[in-house]
Design a protein around this ligand. Sequence first.
Ligand SMILES: Cc1ncc(COP(=O)(O)O)c(C=O)c1O
Length: 384
Amino acid sequence: MEMYLDNSATTKPYPEVVDIMIKSLTEKYGNPSAAHRKGLEIEKDIKDIRRNIARTIGAKEKEIIFTSGGTESNNTVLRSCAEIYGKRKKHIISTKIEHPSVLNTLEYLEKKGYKVTYLEVDEKGMISEDELRNSLSEDTLLVSIMYVNNEVGSVQPIKKLVNIVKEFDNEIIFHTDAVQAYGKLDIKVPSLGIDFMSVSGHKLHGPKGIGFMYIKDGVRINPLVTGGGQESNLRSGTENTPGIYGLGKAVEITFADLKGHISEMERKRNLLKELIEEKIDGLKINSPENGVCHILNISFEDIRGEVLLHYLEQKNVYVSTGSACSSKKKGSHVLNAMRLSQDEIEGAIRFSISEMNADEEIKNAVDILCESVDELRSIIRLRK
Ligand SMILES: Cc1ncc(COP(=O)(O)O)c(C=O)c1O
């Protein structure tokens, strides 16, 4: 039995997603820009998918722009805001726990002369509203704060944060990276008041290489990719039609019963947590109590997360030590920002579940985890 508990890194596509993508590659392969029937039918399908996606977040159809996913959406928004507003203002506010696609883009902008404030987080991965308030200045052009952290699952109160920013200066742009939030929380953009949001398809059982940006009607943005003028001239290149069909199907399935999906994930995450707490001692739960429904980050005393990960992999249990993108680097920047000790950081494992994980799979995974932790601890404690 495969026990895949790494759904924050990526999810297995729904079978219906695979089916519709195969159909797109074998039958509906026309170019949506073509003037003939084979193109027009795809153009109509894309319009329908865009409308359905917009509906899930209470947006207008024209506010949804397809991209290759979270990384491209984050890059487009950050670079474009710097370009558009950077002549008058030079200050950006973000957090220490963003995904590398935000952090590395901000590092690039710093080299170009922008000043970035990285907000601290507490031991549960939450930023301080006061620190945000005190960091705002007349020079601030953009605030970019992730909705749900991909390593520990902390959920920032985006609506409150937007209010703080817009009360200070309504012209400051607010962007949120919602890659780990879309499909896990009920997000309605009009009531949040954000200007931009980034979403990725492969985190909700859709394909990789597809996602979208929400761009509030009337807010200026420059394209990152220029060319034939697709996606309202904001993201050129022949549309990734198999990806769009796949994303559309994943969204349709997820949002047919969003509440049901969320409570199933929550139930399974709680089952995983309770079993681990019951069977293994010497733990520190790094995820907050009120965190997102699918992420559980735990530090195991006297264990190196990396060693445990490979131990588990041999027994068909798949987990992560941090975000997939940064796991090759030493130490998680998120756990560092949460001021965990070096041992706690090195002993951390991220479990992330999906509704596809059967209860049996979770129970088996915990049994294997328990055995593996015992074995590793006995080896390590012998050496001490
Ligand atoms: C919070 C967050 N932002 C951005 C990304 C990048 O998204 P993509 O893989 O679609 O480029 C990820 C993926 O791991 C993520 O978890």
